[in-house]
Design a protein around this ligand. Structure first.
Ligand SMILES: NC(=O)c1ccc[n+]([C@@H]2O[C@H](COP(=O)([O-])OP(=O)(O)OC[C@H]3O[C@@H](n4cnc5c(N)ncnc54)[C@H](O)[C@@H]3O)[C@@H](O)[C@H]2O)c1
Length: 375
């Protein structure tokens, strides 16, 4: 992630230092970046002159001290709180007083990282999506102590890099990694209940929902190790909120090393010559699957809005630009009907008696008042 973010900055004219404590990783990043730029030249996306300009902007540092003159440092090291905090403490002693210190963390709270430095007002979350050179979304997350002016400064800068910027409160999963949990979790529940198999659920979400990838294809692509860990982290940080509860199915895949495409096996097998199982293309079944998953996704988006985590526009942008959803979820709620979503959730809540299906109060209020999210 660090190399990708550095490339974006370098492409936008910034003299960029790439630092890694592991020299091998630094060499790997250098070779990978060069290869990536060569590909862009081959495809005609950049000229060879641009490649040389970008390359000249990327400087490789094997000592933290080399970063002393930086105006902005975006940390993208291992996702371990204490390792990150140690780095921030060391970094603050090196950089100037007006240097912005940012973290690309996906799952740690900005508050917990910012408190490692003496001036937490200069600390902010700047969360890119993988691969940073391609994915347009960046979530900006101010912590409790962040100087409000820093939000605007970061927003302006990252937007000038051609990114779609959204602002999120410092809550677990921010916007995307919180709202997207239902896409995976509810789909796994449907499979566990033997309502439909993986291929059929993927088919339903793609053909009826218009998603580019079905949930099981996507989990295999992301990696079931990463997906399981993110779910676990969001669930734990939300004090075991039942909507985010991880599944035994995914845990077993994780434990068995069925990480997905990269392991050659996950929900599907990726062995040579293996063909994908065929879905049961039953329209009625497909609608049941889609209605259940989309209702859970929309409920999460509504809750995110209700709790002031982000604006309705930012929630919709985040899901479209961060995970390629075909529509913003709140816009989708308007199209499908707020009352229809509420009815689906009420029925699930009544049937299962589980807290995870409780509709957000805002959804109830909107249905009662016959309101839409976008008038
Ligand atoms: N991979 C993703 O899809 C993704 C997406 C968004 C955000 N992120 C976040 O970006 C960060 C990095 O993720 P990644 O997947 O690139 O991890 P990674 O493990 O591939 O890379 C981490 C790098 O940090 C280096 N490192 C470890 N400790 C260090 C230290 N003390 N000082 C300097 N360098 C150190 C390692 O040598 C390694 O090269 C994490 O916070 C992660 O949550 C990752």
């Amino acid at each position: 992630m660090g190399a990708g973010i550095a490339q974006v900055a370098a492409q936008n004219g910034h003299r960029t230092f790439i630092y890694d404590s592991n020299p091998d990783q630094l060499h790997k990043a250098k070779a990978g970046l060069r290869k990536g730029l060569d590909k862009l030249v081959d495809k005609g996306k950049i000229s060879s002159l641009q490649r040389e300009e970008i390359t000249a902007n990327m400087l490789f540092a094997d000592k933290l001290e080399t970063l002393s003159g930086c105006g902005l440092v975006i940390e993208a090291i291992v996702e371990i709180k204490d390792v990150k905090r140690k780095l921030f403490t060391a970094l603050e002693a090196i950089v100037s007083a007006d240097c912005i210190i940012a973290s690309n963390t996906s799952s740690l709270s900005i508050a917990s990282l910012a408190s490692a430095i003496k001036s937490p007002e200069r600390f902010i979350g700047i969360h890119f999506f993988n691969p940073a050179t391609i994915m347009p979304l960046v979530e900006i997350i101010p912590g409790l102590a962040t100087n409000p002016g820093l939000v605007e400064t970061s927003q302006k800068l990252i937007s000038s890099w051609g990114k779609s910027v959204v602002i999120a409160k410092d809550t677990p999963g921010f916007i995307v990694n919180r709202v997207a949990r239902s896409f995976y979790g509810e789909s796994i529940r449907i499979a566990e209940e033997q309502i439909a198999d993986y291929a059929t659920i993927d088919w339903a979400m793609k053909t009826i929902g218009g998603f580019k990838m079905g949930p099981f294809e996507l989990m295999d692509f992301i990696g079931n190790d990463i997906n399981f860990q993110v779910t676990n982290s969001v669930w734990t940080q939300f004090f075991f909120e039942s909507r985010f509860k991880p599944s035994i199915t995914q845990q077993r895949l994780f434990e068995a090393g069925y990480f997905g495409v990269k392991a050659g096996k996950g929900y599907y097998s990726y062995a040579e010559g293996q063909t994908k199982p065929l879905p049961t293309e039953n329209a009625e079944l497909g609608k049941t699957i889609f209605n259940r998953v989309i209702a859970m996704l929309i409920n999460e988006a509504v809750d995110t809005l209700y709790l002031g985590i982000a604006s309705k526009e930012d929630i919709d942008t985040a899901m479209q630009k961060g995970v390629n959803y075909p529509k913003g979820l709140l816009k989708w709620a308007d199209e499908l009907g707020v009352q229809h979503i509420l009815n689906t959730l009420n029925k699930l809540f009544e049937d299962y008696g589980e807290d995870r299906y409780r509709p957000c109060i805002l959804l109830k209020q909107m249905a009662r008042q016959e309101r839409k999210f976008y008038s």
